[in-house]
Design a protein around this ligand. Structure first.
Ligand code: ADP
Ligand code: ZN
Length: 721
């Protein structure tokens, strides 16, 4: 008998400590166990196994049993580091390593019943025609799933069973996501530039390499080679992408090269699929984990490399506790396994590029597209002139002409607009009333397909009012264009064009994105209209025209990152054009043609943009020259929320008073979106020179306990709504 130290799976600071139990000698750190806990039964994680305890053995209880889904031992130390870094209970950190369905215990292996012949068919009387057919079928085909037989032979199955001629057996089957994503392995010879980049990455002693390569420079092939080398050394790999369902070609490439060694982890899989993919990694029958940010926790025992593709992407930050940054977790894992991290992007984040220039990361460049294909030419169109010319449509004359030509040549085009729905809002022409959500402080978007108004924050749908609720007026106007409207107007302009649309509304089913993108890849569509989903790493060789309908839309958010985001978006969307033999064009429509961010993007001048941006950040003391921290209070009623925030603010003020020199800003206020999903939102906003008071801030927030108000901390949040 041994003694094990257990963290129970309850995410509460009161029980965030070690409890000791007696266990069998076979129990190991990382295992999940069920234990008696007070009067209840709880599951928990074994953190350590030892022979002695400071407690008397007779006082300790025994564990009930070991559960399926044990974690690699690495997770024990890693979870401790995560809890220390993000100030959260250990149970929360440990949960990150386990798919939710495993914890619930509701999903298990999938078993099906297999039938085979086990006696002499000669015993079947001649008149039992169906039974004879069934026996013949089994003789010919061998083991067959029971449901299939029942469907074909109906009652004959039971009849033969009663004669004792059939044997039934339970067999486990794998639920394999994206089965159709089978691809052949096209293995190009590396170009000189790729060879050089690969060698540089292999040679460096630095833990992190930043692969800064323009769109279409062949970064993917470099990742694949690095993963391959890792497998050859007998080690596994993690390949992170912003959203796997958005990159079917990537999946096909991976499956083509590595076959069943690839396991896919992402939230749109069914619970059963996720369970099986996780188990395949855990048992080592798959060695490469591909997925969005949570795949950084993949249960791989020996890691050889971690790849983070499109490292600038906002989805790499988790927006619920613990609010981890994927790169930070990757660094912890890489340190443990002594392996490399390769981050790649055509538009690295300002933070990462700064680390690379400072020599903290290795900087590896790919300055040209594959086979020296030219970058698409970017034409900036001044939409103010279009308005003056009396063109009210979302398409400039120039874009219209280019689309016409593109279609005539039989090429494909992508149109990007960062707003879904038909129009941004429904406005009363008489009094100016704009329809608002009852649960959130935001206006509603009109959706023509369902003829309703939708809230993009909480998803609530509303009927379109017949009369204005404010003034009774009957004249409504639609303000602002969305993807549905673009699709409709496009169809009117080009009646014979086949148009596909990709946004949250068209892609809501499980493999919705995948289906639309695959159809476009098969050239079943001429024009793809969509939101930022169309910008994500796609490689469609026949796209020669990209239209950015409203490049200004993201420029004026009250967020220090809005310039950076606009630059990334324009570069990434534009980068989808002209990736194969035919050169491409990008048409960038804007009401601010002289804007410097758009100018840098049009000239593919990332470094110009970066120098300019970092100078602004420094002069304004924005990140990375400071840290933006906000403590949120989110509650049921306005009064309770304000009261809770007042209390928290009081405690934070003590920290502020003691450390004034470390604060650039400290204040409390209503959050910019004051209510979401019926919850009131208030905040204490801070800008800190360094992270030295973070611990105290987290302590205040985690010790604050209110019945109806949730308090939490965000660091450099992706959005400041
Ligand atoms: P990036 O990720 O840098 O935007 P990709 O990896 O998608 O670029 O590569 C762009 C295109 O070039 C793809 O179609 C890819 O198949 C092709 N490609 C990559 N490497 C080579 C090579 N060595 N020879 C020929 N084509 C290549
Ligand atoms: Zn709402």
């Amino acid at each position: 008998m041994k003694i094990c130290e257990v963290i129970v799976d309850i995410a509460h600071s009161d029980v965030d400590k070690i409890f000791e139990y007696i266990c069998e000698d076979t129990v190991k750190a990382g295992m999940r166990v069920t234990v008696p806990f007070g009067r209840r039964t709880e599951t928990g994680f074994v953190m350590r196994v030892k022979s002695e305890s400071v407690f008397e053995k007779s006082k300790l209880k025994q564990i009930y049993r070991v559960e399926e889904g044990s974690l690699p031992e690495e997770c024990v130390s890693l979870s401790q580091k995560i809890s220390a870094r993000y100030f959260c209970p250990l149970a929360l950190s440990l949960r990150l390593f386990l798919p939710a369905e495993m914890r619930s215990g509701k999903v298990h292996e999938k078993l099906i019943t297999i039938v085979s012949l086990s006696g002499d068919p000669a015993e079947i009387p001649p008149r039992a025609q169906k039974q004879r057919e069934l026996a013949d079928f089994l003789k010919e085909n061998g083991e067959t799933p029971a449901p299939l037989l029942r469907e074909r032979f109906g009652g004959a199955v039971n009849a033969l069973k009663e004669r004792g001629l059939l044997s039934f057996q339970e067999k486990s089957v794998l639920r394999e996501p994206y089965k159709r994503a089978e691809g052949e392995d096209v293995r190009p010879t590396l170009t000189e530039a790729q060879e050089r980049a690969l060698r540089e990455i292999e040679k460096t002693k630095k833990q992190v390499s930043l692969l800064f390569g323009v769109t279409g420079s062949g970064k993917t092939e470099i990742y694949l080679r690095l993963i391959e080398e890792s497998l050859q050394r007998g080690k596994g790999a993690i390949f992170l992408v912003p959203e796997i369902s958005l990159t079917p070609q990537m999946l096909r490439k991976l499956r083509g090269r590595f076959g069943n060694d690839v396991a896919i982890l992402h939230s749109r899989l069914s619970a059963g699929e996720r369970y099986d993919e996780w188990m395949r990694l855990r048992e080592g029958s798959a060695k490469i984990a591909v997925g969005a940010r949570s795949a950084v926790f993949a249960p791989i025992e020996e890691l050889g490399i971690i790849v983070i593709d499109e490292e600038h992407d906002g989805s790499y930050r988790q927006e619920s506790a613990p609010r981890y940054s994927t790169a930070e977790i990757a660094k912890l894992r890489a340190h443990y396994h002594n392996c490399k991290i390769v981050m790649g992007s055509a538009t690295p984040s300002v933070e990462s590029f700064r680390s690379a220039l400072a020599g903290e990361y290795q900087l590896v460049r790919l300055d040209e597209r594959i086979l020296k294909r030219p970058m698409p030419e970017v034409k900036i169109v001044d939409m103010r002139l279009e308005t003056r010319r009396g063109n009210p449509s979302p398409f400039s004359m120039h874009l219209r002409e280019s689309l016409r030509e593109c279609l005539k040549k039989g090429d494909q085009a992508i149109l990007f607009l960062n707003r879904r729905g038909y129009s941004q809002s429904l406005i009363c022409r008489d009094c100016g009333y704009a329809a608002k959500c009852e649960n959130c402080d935001v206006s509603l978007t009109y959706h023509s397909e369902e003829n309703c108004l939708k809230c993009h924050y909480c998803g609530t749908k509303y009927h379109v009012p017949r009369a204005c609720p404010e003034c009774g007026g009957l004249h409504f106007g639609y303000k602002g264009t969305g993807t549905q409207r673009v699709e409709k107007e496009l169809q009117t302009l080009f009646p014979s064009a086949r148009i596909l649309r990709l946004d949250n509304d068209t892609a809501s089913q499980k493999e919705g994105h995948y289906k639309i993108l695959s159809a476009f890849a098969r050239r079943e569509g001429d024009i793809l209209v969509g939101t930022q989903m169309v910008a994500k790493g796609h490689d469609f060789p026949h796209v020669t025209l990209v239209g950015i309908l409203d490049a200004d839309m993201s420029l004026h958010f009250s967020d220090y990152r809005s310039g950076e985001r606009t630059f990334q978006l324009v570069t990434q969307v534009g980068g989808r054009s002209g990736r194969a033999e035919s050169p491409g064009t990008v048409i960038l429509q804007t009401y601010e043609p002289e804007n410097y961010i758009l100018r840098f993007a049009a000239n593919y001048d990332f470094e110009g943009f970066y120098q300019n941006e970092i100078a602004i950040r420094e002069s304004m003391s924005f990140p990375p020259f400071s840290k933006i921290v906000r403590v949120m209070a989110v509650g049921e009623t306005e009064a309770e929320t304000i009261e809770a925030l007042r209390e928290v603010y009081g405690k934070l003020s003590l920290i502020y008073e003691k450390n004034r020199e470390k604060f650039l800003f400290f204040n409390r206020m209503r959050a910019p979106v004051g209510r979401i999903q019926r919850k009131y939102r208030f905040q204490v906003l801070m800008r800190l020179l360094d992270g030295s008071v973070l611990k105290d801030i987290y302590e205040v927030a985690t010790s604050a306990k209110f019945k109806n108000v949730l308090i939490y901390v965000e660091e450099n949040p992706a959005n400041l709504n």
